[in-house]
Design a protein around this ligand. Structure first.
Ligand code: NAD
Length: 284
């Protein structure tokens, strides 16, 4: 029998815990953990993401602010706004929504983000601290949510073969690192990997973060493997992952559905990261 890794239920449980911890924090510190979203332009995908973060934060009693600059805003204007958010004591987390306008140097901007407020875990300092497991750092919420799901369902990781498809700084690479830290033997695959289906069939745990609907078919999956699907695609207006769910769920031992798998847990991990940021800043 295939286990459905039910992200909605896991997220609801986690959310309840985080909300209780946040209420405690608010009582003690008088501060409301608050996130600010920074973007240029009104791309519908960015607006829809901002809307879903807003709903999640407001429902949890967290603060939320949106800073939308013009689609052609000069780099310096974006830098100025980021600096203002960095030094605003009422803002604990900052999420820079990408893609940024062509007029903005995204790499340069990222380096100016206060790493303590980097609740997406994309600043190189956080990525490096995660890699070396040193001190306090933010872990990107999507792979963190993936680990929460694996741990909740007690999927064994130590000594197991894990394959991650996708090598982005926000999903694939940190997911590989988190699995490695839990003593899995990890392969990081990408668009230029050869013999991808055979490579993936070696996996006890297969994590997919590509953004291509239906990329992973039953031929990629070893009987009984655990499959985490991070993909977000819209096919004929319908949300779907990177995994051909029907056929793969007949082979897999455990699998995340899309929707209702990794997505809801990601959104709760962003709350957790923002609460952590507020705590760290309060301890300064
Ligand atoms: P990205 O575009 O930055 O990276 C995609 C990766 O996929 C690249 O490393 C590339 O090498 C690899 N790739 C591309 N084509 C491939 C192929 N044919 N075979 C193997 N590898 C291939 O994307 P990202 O930001 O990492 O996001 C990946 C997916 O995860 C997207 O669908 C995105 O929307 C989704 N996502 C989901 C969540 C969530 O909460 N579930 C959060 C963030 C991103």
């Amino acid at each position: 029998m295939t286990t459905i890794l039910d992200g909605k239920t896991v997220a609801a449980e986690r959310r309840e815990q985080i909300v209780a911890e946040a209420q405690q924090f608010i009582k003690q510190s008088g501060q409301v953990p608050t996130i600010a979203l920074l973007r240029g332009g009104e791309d519908p995908a960015l607006l829809s993401h901002a809307q879903s973060v807003r709903r999640s934060f407001e429902k949890a009693g967290f603060g939320f602010a949106e800073h939308a600059l013009a689609a052609d805003c000069p780099h310096e204007e974006m830098v100025e706004r980021l600096r203002a958010l960095n030094s605003d004591p009422a803002v604990h987390g900052i999420l820079i929504q990408e893609p940024l306008p062509a007029s903005v140097d995204a790499d340069a901007l990222l380096l100016l983000l206060d790493p303590r407020k980097d609740v997406d875990g994309v600043h190189p300092l956080n990525a490096g601290l995660l890699q070396q497991q040193r001190g306090l750092y933010h872990i990107p919420s999507t792979p963190l949510g993936g680990i929460v799901l694996l741990e909740k369902y007690e999927i064994p990781l130590t000594g197991k073969r894990a394959v991650v498809i996708g090598r982005s700084d926000i999903v694939g690479k940190p997911m590989a690192m988190l699995l490695l830290h839990r003593h899995a033997t990890v392969t990081l695959a990408h668009s230029r990997s050869e013999n991808l289906p055979a490579l993936c069939r070696e996996a006890d745990i297969l994590c997919v973060a590509v953004g291509r609907a239906g990329l992973v078919t039953w031929e990629f999956v070893r009987e009984g493997a655990t499959v985490l699907d991070f993909g977000i695609n819209f096919v004929d207006g319908k949300l779907t992952g990177d995994v051909a769910y029907q056929e793969v769920s007949e082979v897999a031992g455990a699998i995340t559905p899309v929707p209702g798998g990794t997505g809801p847990v990601t959104s709760v991990m962003l709350l957790a990261n923002t609460l952590n940021a507020a705590r760290w800043l309060a301890e300064r």
